[in-house]
Design a binder for this molecule. Sequence first.
Ligand code: 1GP
Length: 252
Amino acid sequence: MKDAIYTALLLKKRTRRKSFALLIDPDKVDASKTASLLELASDARVDYLFVGGSLVVSDHLDQVVRQIKAHCKIPIILFPGTPSQVSPEADALLYLSLISGRNPELLIGQHVISAPAVRKSGLEIISTGYMVIDGGAPTTVSYISNALPIPADKNEIALCTAMAGEMLGMKLIYMDAGSGARRPISTEMIERVSASIEIPLLIGGGIQDPEKVYLNAKAGADLIVVGNAIEKDPSLLAEMASALHSVSVPES
Ligand code: 1GP
């Protein structure tokens, strides 16, 4: 079993180094802009590229991953919204179970159906407890998952869910307010959850500025995922990644 990416994430957590991931929606990859975005990402020392989304319409995932690989060396982690979003060309796959919801299909049903194909892909598989937090308005993930998100102010529900995920053997917890969320996850919730688990905590959804990246990392996020804001304004990438990496430096 491959484990290079997860081993690196654990080491980073142990040494209090934070990671920044740029989320790339395969539907929005435009060859003319991708090359310059990836150059920006390499210059900004982006740690990971997440590729995927709750609803991917196009069927050229392999091609997208190959195209990204041709332009940069940043590890590519698939963030699949559906079992069909598997490409052996990537480096790893978040094997997501929607532990905040009560839709059996997304807890285990689709995993059973896709297990042989996922195993055959040869990808590093990272089991991930995926928690959708209410972001102030319905998002694609909240609609498609047909499951209630955790209310934004219910820190106890979030921390108990994350603890349960960790004890069930999940390797990561990913709390997501959903792409384009009106309200990102509060720093209070991040603090409470990160203090309750030992595995790496990923945070994403609706993060718009470097300050929020900084505050989330300070609050205990180990890896921060940003998609929409950078799609709209790629110049934010360098500022966001540097705000995050500034938290990695141990305080004297
Ligand atoms: C969505 O967490 C990711 O699943 C990123 O969200 O596109 O709002 O940054 P944004």
